[in-house]
Design a protein around this ligand. Structure first.
Ligand code: ATP
Ligand code: MG
Length: 595
């Protein structure tokens, strides 16, 4: 059955909505795909919902194809469940919370690891029941601090989340095998959606775990920064990105004496550098961090940023920037700390980034409020501690454009922006251990179940597709996720023309092509503009003129109006199929992402 424009709701807008900053948001509002209810909360209008369902259909097929079973978990979960893994605290303000009439605290689920682990724990007893993969397509709630760009970052959104359960990491039926299958299924999903994407190594964030990859659509409006090696053999999120070897040595420092300078009220690197007329690269930044087992000093060159994940990996324990109050109480002159402080805080550990572990005259804090020093020398001013067990040199900073590739092949990393559309994680036993989910192995020993989890945002896929496929006139849908493949535009609608449209749409439908008929009593110019805006891959225009020649005018959205062709009515269906098939195969030619 075709869809008649006047029998559905497609509220296209002439003007650009003021609130939209990025193209996909602007076009989704203008083409009548979505409507905002409140910040980061959207209605999918009929066209948007159709496109979203096409994405969901592809995802569902590919999940089923790798043997995952679909289920549906509740959106409301008790906070007590999240507290079993500590994620009530980790998610913090991102959690939507409510108290029910019984006084129980509930959360609107931001993700479902705890819910699925609890359920499986009740039913799975033996290794014989593993491996097992389950997935759902369901609404998630995250009270994002900065909902932006329409459905790209919303507070309520649909996610496909899958979870896999294994007895072991390696071997047949193990996590690595399951992860690879999901990874390949993700590649097929994004290929079929017609997206160009990059797979990058990623930090696992609050979900935790040992390995993870993100699927990124590269575009300027993306919020993530990705670093890619020039050879194309390495790509990682900036939160995770390694840096190639950087030579370091504490030797060769200045012969000149330490020189204390009064820098009242100036604790920021940039302010101090400006005051002393130097660059941040001439300064050392000493950050006071805290792990469960003590103080940790992270030393970087002034212009660099700490990567807490790298510091955690170096130390082997979770670590975070210390709160000022306890750090001051412990004797740190916060804002004015120097690496020499390692000698006055018992058992403090220190990790120095290679770029900071250089023998030269540094400017750094004086370990005294409102004072800095010039001519800091590692050997002279820190001394023997440098040789001790508590001080090490390691990569602990965020990578930046121009850094050496971790492949150490003499090439550098380049920074690009991306939208994260999917994310796969090896969780390991983090959740099963926290929630006591174990099975009996072949020897009747209990072992915690090894898990993976796999998320995709269908709404983000739509927005990312539009972000990377549009022109000044509107959306250019990849055929597989277009709300309709064909839009029929009748000019001057009368009963005969209406019947022709209906008949043609019926034939197209029988050939597997879904059709929207613009039966509004609008001027042709308005209908053509809206057809370009809505962006269905094929437009068929029918008028008295084309009918006189027993033809329709066929326009491919991607090719533009100039390339319109007259096609005999009798060949219209075949030509449309050919056109879409050919576009679909063009999409298939997009190179699959390399690992
Ligand atoms: P981000 O880093 O962008 O906040 P995330 O890493 O927290 O996302 P995951 O927990 O990995 O997201 O969620 C899996 C997928 O769900 C993401 O890859 C993305 O496609 C989608 N997603 C996550 N948060 C949002 C959101 N606020 N709005 C729309 N889609 C989202
Ligand atoms: Mg993610």
């Amino acid at each position: 059955m075709p869809t008649w424009w006047t029998k559905t709701l497609i509220p296209t807008l002439r003007q650009d909505p003021a609130e939209a900053e990025v193209p996909s948001h602007r076009l989704m509002l203008r083409a009548g795909l979505i409507r905002q209810l409140s910040a980061g909360i959207y209605t999918y209008l009929p066209l948007g919902w159709r496109a979203l369902n096409k994405v969901i259909g592809i995802i569902r097929q590919e999940m089923d194809a790798v043997g995952a079973a679909e289920l549906l978990m509740p959106a409301v979960e008790p906070i007590d469940l999240l507290s079993r893994t500590g994620r009530d605290v980790e998610y913090g303000d991102l959690l939507f919370q409510l108290v029910d009439r019984r006084g129980q605290r509930q959360a609107l689920a931001p993700t479902h690891e705890e819910v699925i682990t609890e359920a499986l724990g009740a039913y799975v007893e033996s290794y014989r029941q593993l491996p097992l993969s389950l997935y759902q397509i369901q609404t998630k709630y995250r009270d994002e601090p900065r909902p932006r760009a329409g459905v790209l970052r919303s507070r309520e959104f649909i996610m496909k989340d899958a979870y896999s359960f294994h007895l072991a990491v390696d071997g047949p039926g193990g996590l690595n095998e399951g992860y690879d299958r999901m990874y390949d299924a993700y590649c097929r999903i994004f290929d079929r959606c017609g997206l160009r994407y990059e797979v990058v190594e990623a930090e696992s964030g609050p979900i935790g775990g040992s390995a993870s990859h993100e699927f990124m659509v590269l575009c300027d409006s993306g919020e993530d920064t990705i670093l890619k090696s020039q050879r194309g053999d390495y790509a990682a999120n900036i939160d995770k990105c390694g840096i190639g070897d950087r030579p370091w040595s504490y030797d060769g420092g200045p012969a000149t004496a330490l020189d204390e300078v009064h820098t009242p009220g100036l604790s920021g690197i940039d302010d101090v550098a400006a005051f002393l007329e130097i660059t941040p690269a001439e300064m050392l930044k000493t950050l006071v961090c805290r792990s469960d087992d003590g103080w940790v000093l992270a030393v970087l060159r002034g212009e660099h940023d700490l990567n807490e994940g790298k510091l955690r990996d170096v130390l082997g324990v979770p670590v975070h920037l210390a709160d000022d109050v306890p750090a001051r109480a412990a004797g740190f002159a916060i804002g004015f700390v120097s690496p020499a402080v390692v000698n006055s805080i018992p058992l403090a550990r220190m990790v120095v980034d290679p770029d900071a572990a250089q023998g030269r005259a540094w400017v750094t804090g004086a370990d005294r409020v409102d004072y800095h020093v010039r001519n800091f020398d590692w050997r002279r001013d820190v001394g023997d501690a440098l040789q001790g067990d508590l001080v090490r040199v390691a990569d602990i900073r965020k990578a930046v454009d121009g850094d050496p590739s971790p492949k150490n092949d003499g090439t550098t990393l380049r920074a690009v922006r991306g939208i994260e559309v999917g994310h796969v994680f090896k969780l390991g036993t983090k959740y099963s251990e926290a929630m006591g989910f174990s099975v009996l192995d072949e020897t009747q020993k209990r072992r915690p179940v090894v898990m993976g989890c796999y998320g995709i945002g269908p709404g983000r896929i739509l927005a990312a597709a539009i972000e990377t496929s549009h022109d000044d006139d509107g959306i250019i849908w990849p055929p597989a996720i277009a709300p309709f493949l064909v839009q029929i535009v009748p000019i001057r609608l009368d009963a005969a023309l209406c019947k022709t449209c209906g008949d043609l749409a019926g034939q197209l439908g029988a050939a597997g092509l879904d059709v929207l008929i613009d039966d509004r009593p609008e001027r042709p110019g308005v209908k053509f503009k809206d057809a370009d805006l809505v962006g269905c891959p094929i437009r068929l225009t029918i008028s008295e003129k084309t009918m006189a020649r027993d033809s329709v005018e066929l326009t491919l959205r991607a090719a533009g109006r100039q390339k319109a062709q007259m096609v005999p009515l009798s060949e219209a269906v075949a030509r449309c199929r050919e056109a879409v098939n050919c576009q679909l195969s063009a999409a298939d030619l997009i190179p699959a992402a390399s690992r």
